[in-house]
Structures are given as structure tokens and as C-alpha cells.
Write a protein that binds this ligand. Structure first.
Ligand code: NAP
Length: 348
């Protein structure tokens, strides 16, 4: 029998959609993704991008404080033990995601630890093929598969992820390891400027490494970078190696020149990649309309409708602009309400 609603994705958007659809008695089935080496390398493991971060200081409702007892009492022993050491200064990304997951399960969400590998939205009910080899059917689908930060793909970058290499200054910039130290941001777009500007609050100097002699960022943002005395732009340079050791993590970078200058080494305690994101839409096989940048197109203002009636999108897979946990959760709620109303209107 077809499910009423299937949710694909296990970040804040997916779990919020699950909490709301479960409480609306729609008995949701949620695909959280498979635990595979391929997904680990791509940054698409269950629980999404937040599971790759440390402290989350801007999610409302979680001020600094010790959450140990709360985590102990709300999570199963097995899931609790699987979490990294508690930071004792507020919630971490993995903790927040485990809490959301548990909340969705408490209201009856059924979780499948598999990927949805392809879909057929041309038939009703919709058909979804999963990595367990099974085909699932649903009257409504909420796509909340998020996006992944782009990395350069350097082995040294991989080695120092979470030990000085990050793709989110807002998530990690305030960590003690970056205080009053030189920091590096790679990229020349609005995100790179925003990250560099933000990081000047913490670092002694922020080097922006850009592969050309002109920023891609909008004029106003570019001016912000040029005007900030703590930002030094390394024009015509690319990052070729993150330097460091097992004890200290990142200690510097090696840069190549795109205009024939000699290589350059800079001391740095952190490297922040800001070279864009890629939305996780490949499994859709082109069946939903996308924006020119490849994100799922929301077809109606203030709704989570997509180009296929009965398919809704929530979170970063449709949002290249806000990209925050709280906005993803917000659109997850909207998608659940949209799906609930659509199913009711269709008598499904
Ligand atoms: P983006 O505009 O696509 O810029 C990506 C930057 O990374 C570019 O400078 C690009 O260099 C560089 N890059 C890409 N691949 C690279 C590689 N392999 N090696 C070295 N450099 C590489 O992405 P974004 O900055 O994340 O912005 C995404 C969207 O969000 C944009 O529309 C932006 O306006 C918007 N946004 C707005 C704000 C704001 O207004 N406050 C803040 C953040 C984002 P090239 O320039 O040489 O291509």
C-alpha cells in the first residue's frame, strides 16, 4: 500500500517535516540516507551538514549550558554513546540532529537508513527506489536532501577536516583554535567575503585566496573585503596543500600562483573553503524543475510547492541564500503543512 507521505533527507528540514506530519497522523516514512564510505566522502551521511560541525550557537532554544542530563534522558543509550564528547558549552551539531531525530521518532516517524537512488514522479502514487533494492510508493513526497559544501579535493584538506579545515565560518569561526591566529578563506564570491569579514572578529589576519585578479562577489561585498584592514587578498593564487601535524592540526597553507609567480607558504591556524555548494538533487533524474544554479525551484511564493503537484521541497536543497539550520527547519514545517493540506484536498 502506498505511504501517505515519504520524506527524503535527515537534516533539520527533514526531521521538522517528520515531526509535523507525524503529529498530523500521516504516519511518515523518512529516508535518512545510508551509512556508506561513498556518502562519508561526499559529505552526505545521515543527519546532514550539521552533523559535520561542532558547537551550534545560533539555533534558538540552546543557550550555552551543560546538556549532559538532557541528552542522557532524551536519547537511547546506543545513540547517546555514538555522539562525540559533549562540549559542555551548549549544543553541538550532531547533538542537535540526534535530538531532532528522536523527537520525530517519538511521534511515530518510521526511519529507513537507506538512500533514495531514483524516483518516478510521472506515476501516481509516486515510486521511489531505494539503496536496499526496494521500491516504495507515496501519495506525497517531501524532498529535504540538502546541499553539500564544495571542497577542493586535496588529501591534506581531508586530513585536517574538523582540525582547522572547515567550510562554514559561521559554524566554526569562534572556536578557540582560531583566536588571534592568521586564517585563510578560499574563494572570491559573496560567501568568501562574508566568511572573511566574519572571521576578522576572531583571527589576527584573514587571507582571502582567490584564483583570479578580480572578486566574483557583488560590488558592495567586494568593497567590504577591500576596505577591511584585517583582510589581505592573495590574488591569482590557489591552495595546493594544507600544512599541519597531528598534534596542532592546521599550521599553514601552500599556495600556487596562476600567473607564474613562485609558490608561497603562509602560516595559518584555519582554512575555510567558500567555493560554493552543490545541492543533492542527482537522484531526481531531472524530474523536478531546478533553478539555473541547480537547486529545486519553489514554484509559488511562500509555499514549498515544486513543479510536480504533490512533491514539496524543504531546506537547503531549494535554498542557496539563507542556508541556516533554523530556516531549513522552518521550510520543513511549511512543507509538512503544505503536504497535509494537499493530501486532504485530494481526499488521500
Ligand atoms: P559563488 O558566487 O559561486 O562563488 C564561488 C567562488 O569560489 C568564486 O569566486 C570562484 O572563483 C571560487 N571557486 C569555485 N571553485 C573553485 C575552485 N575549484 N578553486 C578555487 N576557487 C574556486 O558562490 P558563493 O560565494 O557561495 O555564493 C553563492 C550565491 O549566494 C551567490 O549568488 C551569492 O551572491 C549568494 N550569497 C550572497 C550573500 C550576500 O549577499 N550577503 C552572501 C553569501 C552568498 P571564480 O570567481 O574564479 O569563479
Amino acid at each position: 500500500m502506498a505511504e501517505k507521505v515519504i520524506i527524503i533527507g535527515s537534516g533539520p528540514a527533514g526531521w521538522t517535516a517528520a515531526i509535523y506530519t507525524a503529529r498530523a497522523a500521516l504516519n511518515p516514512l523518512l529516508f535518512e540516507g545510508a551509512v556508506t564510505e561513498e556518502n562519508r566522502l561526499a559529505g552526505t551521511l545521515p543527519l546532514g551538514q550539521l552533523a559535520l560541525t561542532t558547537e551550534v550557537e545560533n539555533y534558538p532554544g540552546f543557550p550555552a549550558g551543560n546538556l549532559e542530563q538532557y541528552l542522557d534522558s532524551s536519547l537511547s543509550r546506543e545513540r547517546r554513546d555514538g555522539l562525540p564528547q559533549h562540549a559542555k558549552e551548549g549544543v553541538t551539531g550532531p547533538e542537535l540532529m540526534e535530538l531532532m531525530r528522536q523527537q520525530a521518532i517519538n511521534f511515530g516517524t518510521r526511519v529507513v537508513t537507506e538512500d533514495v537512488t531514483s524516483v518516478d514522479f510521472s506515476v501516481r502514487p509516486f515510486r521511489l527506489n531505494a539503496s536496499d533494492g526496494q521500491t516504495y510508493e507515496a501519495h506525497a513526497v517531501i524532498v529535504a536532501t540538502g546541499a553539500r559544501a564544495n571542497y577542493l579535493g586535496l588529501p591534506s584538506e581531508e586530513r585536517f577536516k574538523n582540525r582547522g579545515v572547515s567550510a562554514c565560518a559561521v559554524c566554526d569561526g569562534a572556536l578557540p583554535r582560531f583566536r588571534n591566529k592568521p586564517l585563510v578563506v578560499v574563494g572570491g564570491g559573496d560567501s568568501a567575503v562574508e566568511e572573511a569579514d566574519y572571521l576578522t572578529k576572531f583571527g589576527s589576519v584573514v587571507y582571502m585566496v582567490h584564483r583570479r585578479d578580480q572578486l566574483r562577489a557583488s560590488k558592495i561585498m567586494a568593497q567590504r573585503a577591500l576596505n577591511n584592514p584585517k583582510i589581505q587578498i592573495q590574488w591569482n593564487r590557489t591552495l595546493i596543500e594544507v600544512l599541519g601535524d597531528d598534534q596542532k592540526g592546521v599550521t599553514g597553507v601552500r599556495l600556487a600562483s596562476t600567473v607564474g609567480e613562485p609558490e608561497l607558504e603562509l602560516e595559518a591556524a584555519g582554512v575555510f573553503l567558500a567555493i560554493g555548494h552543490t545541492p543533492n538533487t542527482a537522484f531526481l533524474g531531472g524530474q523536478l524543475e531546478l533553478t539555473p544554479k541547480g537547486y529545486i525551484k519553489w514554484t509559488t511564493p511562500f509555499r514549498t510547492y515544486t513543479s510536480v503537484e504533490g512533491v514539496f521541497a524543504a531546506g537547503d536543497v531549494g535554498d542557496d541564500y539563507y542556508r541556516q539550520a533554523v530556516t531549513a527547519a522552518g521550510t520543513g514545517c511549511m512543507a509538512a503543512l503544505d503536504a497535509e493540506r494537499w493530501l486532504a484536498a485530494k481526499g488521500l
